[in-house]
Design a protein around this ligand. Structure first.
Ligand SMILES: Cc1ncc(COP(=O)(O)O)c(C=O)c1O
Length: 399
């Protein structure tokens, strides 16, 4: 069966990481993956996470299975983190959810769930979007299309074009937006725009799916949830896919959640029964360790404070690096956009959608061992005081 199988193409991001590892150039720079790195190029374990792990190690008395949707205390905590303590849907018992392996797991379970209850639904993705969105929903057997989101020349949200396209979307279709720090563009709607998007989607009878993988990397944990909190008060039903890979540094623990806001508690119970069937047929039930960490940190005032402050320092480092990068390019008289490099500091989250072309990205890799994904998306956190000049020099030397 396997003799004649041709190798599949490598994943666009993990594949580049492999190439990076094999590159013998000692000055190589990796700006591909959405992973936080500190000034020394390390991805640290949060202090609050280590403390929580010690506590879990001491207190854990069983490794028995969790239920299909995971631990109830975890689900309750992450619903509050996503929606805010005072959200009316929480008080009314209209929210349900499940612990999933990472944000990717949440997206795939969401895809399977949509396919099981609304197989004709089209999934609408922003153009551009995270490279894995298309493959995830296609693998769930859904039709995938895209709508304009970002103006690559002006480096701003294509708001009017987006709203015009959303008018075409059918009732029962699903619109995938990102809660904050849009990957790859770093550009999010304003509060006013979120309101208008909510009203339009409610009017069209479309279901918003908010993918939130960077809560806390934009302004702070609360403000970054503004979009999903606004939408969930305007649109009757909403899906939220949360990832705690980046904001808790739990990349390899695979911690995420699928959260569903519905119109009534009976609708929530019915929806969860379908979500549970999807999970059971996929990975059966989630791994416990990562979710215990998140629950322990969020339930303890001191750990929560420590986590929030450490996340704030990461956000500050990324902001400072954005400023240094923009300045470094200015000093070399390189302008990545017609209006200069100010867009780099305007963008939020881990990425800068630089505007570099595929050819330029290839040249950076081949001639300078500076690795960037083909879309020109730069992972800002990959730049450190030790390599930022090299990156700016390499961009300045482009033909
Ligand atoms: C927009 C977006 N959604 C989801 C994810 C998935 O995160 P996880 O590693 O938790 O599966 C990522 C990770 O890069 C992302 O950028």
């Amino acid at each position: 069966m396997f003799e004649s199988v041709e190798p599949a193409p490598p994943d666009p991001i993990f594949g580049l990481n492999e190439a990076f590892k094999e590159d013998p150039n000692p000055l190589k720079v990796n700006l591909t993956a959405g992973i936080y790195l500190d000034e020394k190029g390390r991805t640290p374990v949060f202090v609050a996470v280590k403390t929580a792990e010690r506590r879990i190690f001491e207190e854990e008395s069983t490794k028995s299975y969790l239920g299909i949707p995971g631990a109830a205390d975890y689900v309750a905590q992450v619903q509050r983190l996503a929606l805010g303590q005072d959200h009316p849907a929480l008080a009314e018992g209209r929210v349900t959810g499940a612990h999933t392996p990472g944000g990717t797991g949440a997206l795939r379970v969401a895809g399977d769930f949509i396919r099981s209850i609304q197989p004709e639904a089209t999934i609408w993705l922003t153009n551009p979007t995270w490279v894995n969105h298309g493959p995830i929903f296609l693998a769930a057997g859904l039709e995938v299309r895209s709508f304009p989101y970002f103006d690559r020349t002006k480096h701003v949200l294509s708001y009017d074009e987006m709203m015009t396209s959303l008018l075409e979307i059918g009732a029962g279709d699903v619109v995938v937006l990102q809660g904050c720090c849009h990957n790859p563009s770093g550009t999010d709607p304003s509060a006013e725009q979120w309101h208008e998007i909510g009203e339009l989607l409610a009017d069209r009878g479309a279901l918003p799916l908010l993918d939130t993988a960077y809560q806390g990397f934009g302004e702070n944990v609360e403000e970054d949830a503004e979009g999903q909190r606004i939408l969930s008060k305007i649109v009757p039903e909403i899906l939220i896919c949360s990832s705690f890979s980046k904001n808790f540094g739990l990349y390899n623990e695979r911690v995420g959640a699928l959260i569903l806001v519905t119109t009534s508690s009976s609708a929530a119970t019915a929806a969860l029964s379908h979500i549970k069937r999807c999970i059971r047929a996929n990975y059966s039930n989630p791994p416990a360790h990562g979710s215990k960490i998140v629950t322990t940190v969020l339930e303890d005032d001191e750990l929560r404070q420590s986590w929030s402050e450490e996340l704030g320092r990461m956000r500050d480092r990324i902001r400072t690096t954005r400023e240094q990068f923009a300045r470094g390019l200015d000093e070399r008289r390189v302008h990545l956009a017609p209006g200069g490099n100010a867009f780099i500091t305007r963008q939020k989250g881990m990425f800068s959608f630089s505007g570099l072309s595929v050819e330029q990205v290839i040249e950076l890799k081949e001639k300078h061992s500076v690795y960037i994904v083909g879309s020109g998306r730069i992972s800002i956190a990959g730049m450190t005081p030790g390599n930022i000049d090299r990156v700016c020099d390499a961009i300045a030397a482009l033909g």
